[in-house]
Design a protein around this ligand. Structure first.
Ligand code: SAH
Ligand code: F3S
Length: 483
């Protein structure tokens, strides 16, 4: 069997599984596609685009049942070792499906494919297509090529592997996103050039590349026309956005936010993820000027110890982070803050950890994605001596999560009697007079209202706290539709 990169056009080199959900799947004659997504929101976004793409090119529709699918795609994550091992255990299950149905096509994409393409071929030779985060737009051609060689003897088959980094061409080949509901993600940049010492992302997704400004604005305007009211801008470091403008200039992230806020229909703006280093005064100013921006920020810090931050190559100190949040809270005193933490980084002492815990208490985080450090092959941190016992790391992590959970409970409790701006998203399944929406701080809010209000924003006074993420309220004001 010849091993060859498919389309030789390359340039350079939290996580729970989700299944990209079908909208309809009843006709047995229609070809069905099953996608399992691991890892981050970027992967979620990519999986939806893969479904759109194969739907448009080959008429595939999504199924949530892998055993009735004609093609199985896995969009993988390699951020931690556990995530990566999951790929091979799941592929083992898929192999059994292929034993029963030899026509079944199996494709592996995402960051594990990008980093471990060779290994996947060796450990799982029954995988038909391997593609990376930057080449998923070539899936239809890859599938055609696969279909064209199905009848060929094994020795003449070309292995379909494309894990190259062809800059940003991906977006030029993706169809218009399909809209479901009132919220949408829009990817504005790919990759990361920060090279934190523990992280595989720059190697698996490539360096930072921004989508041109006009493409981003056109996509958002299209979504708004189809009823989308809340946009989440996506990228590994959205505040590193440097999108080329039509005139050949460069648009920065704060400038982009201002332009997006002008698009009729867009009533709420979120973004994830951003880096503290590029969390500029211009960006903070947007919180004063743009009411569409939510009072909720996810700003990864990773550690509350300067020694650890230095070893992580985060390139900023704790004071820098604290100052920026203080400025932000001056403008928005109710700002809800969430972050990522890595606990048990090589060399993290008891003292360093105590600093992190104190930092978490001082900053009053509402939420976190926190994990024990996972050694990733090929990253600089993988060479650092690491003598802290795993059990100690786990205990430290449990402490962090306990403190943040408590703070989260207190934040929900503090909503009682306050007024929240809510995007009304749906009517309750149980009662047609009850509406459900989300507050800025992502809590679900239910209240009595009219089904015709769905898709609009409302001011709701919170009257009862039900659970950590779920509160009741009463309508104070229904905003006019922003379109
Ligand atoms: N762009 C983001 C991070 C993206 S990666 C930033 O600015 O930091 C998502 C998260 O995964 C990171 O924030 C980090 O907390 C976690 N992560 C990355 N590499 C890891 C590793 N080797 N071990 C444990 N957690 C890791
Ligand atoms: Fe990873 Fe650091 Fe970039 S955590 S995604 S290298 S900012």
């Amino acid at each position: 069997m010849t091993v060859q990169t498919f389309i030789p056009n390359g340039a350079k080199a939290a996580s729970e599984n989700t299944v990209t959900q079908p909208t309809h799947t009843s006709d047995v004659s229609i070809k069905k596609l099953y996608i399992e997504t691991q890892g981050c929101q970027m992967n979620e976004y990519d999986s939806h685009r893969m479904a759109d793409l194969l739907g448009d090119s080959h008429g595939y529709i999504l199924t949530s049942n892998p055993s009735e699918a004609d093609i199985l795609l896995m969009n993988t994550c390699s951020i931690r070792e556990k995530a990566q091992e999951k790929v091979f255990s799941e592929l083992g299950r898929w192999r059994k499906l292929k034993d029963k149905n030899p026509d079944l096509v199996i494709g592996v994409g995402g960051c594990v494919a990008s980093q471990e393409g060779d290994n996947i071929q060796k450990r799982a030779p029954y995988v038909d297509m391997i593609f990376g985060p930057q080449t998923l737009h070539r899936l239809p051609q890859m599938l055609d090529q696969h279909n064209a060689q199905v009848e060929k003897p094994k020795k003449d088959k070309i292995k379909l592997v494309d894990i190259s980094f062809p800059d940003i061409e991906k977006f030029d080949f993706l169809p218009e996103p399909r809209v479901e509901g009132f919220k949408a993600f829009v990817s504005i940049m790919e990759g990361c050039s920060k090279y934190c010492s523990f992280c595989v992302v720059p190697y698996t997704r490539g360096e930072e590349v921004s989508r041109p400004l006009d493409d981003v604005l056109a996509e958002i305007a299209g979504l708004a026309e189809k009823g989308v009211r809340e946009i989440s801008l996506l990228g590994q470091n959205v505040n590193g956005y440097r999108g080329e403008t039509f005139e050949g200039g460069i648009c920065t992230f704060p400038e982009l936010l201002r332009l997006v806020a002008e698009i009729p229909g867009i009533g709420r703006l979120r973004y994830t993820t951003s880096h503290p280093l590029e969390f500029s005064d211009e960006l903070i100013q947007c919180y004063e000027d743009l009411p569409q921006m939510v009072s909720h920020l996810h700003l990864p810090v990773q550690s509350g110890s300067n020694d650890v931050l230095k070893a992580m190559k985060r390139n900023h100190t704790i004071d820098v982070y604290i100052d920026k949040i203080a400025k932000l809270r001056k403008i928005r005193p109710d700002m809800h803050l969430s972050s990522d933490f890595i606990i048990g980084f090589p060399g993290e002492t008891d003292e360093n950890f105590a600093e992190t815990l104190q930092f978490i208490k001082d900053l009053d985080f509402d939420h976190s994605y926190s994990f024990v450090y996972s050694k990733r092959p090929g990253t600089p941190a993988s060479d650092l001596p690491d003598t802290t016992p795993e059990q100690v790391k786990k205990e430290r992590l449990a402490q962090v999560q306990k403190v943040i959970k408590q703070s989260s409970i207190e934040k929900t409790d503090a909503m009682l009697g306050k007024i929240e701006r809510v995007l009304i998203e749906k009517v309750s399944d149980q009662d047609p007079n009850i509406l459900i929406g989300t507050a800025d701080n992502t809590r679900l809010v239910t209240f009595v209202g009219d089904a015709t209000w769905v898709g609009r924003f409302a001011e709701i006074e919170i009257t009862e706290i039900k659970t950590l993420n779920f509160v009741y309220g009463e309508l104070l004001n229904l905003e006019p539709d922003v379109a």
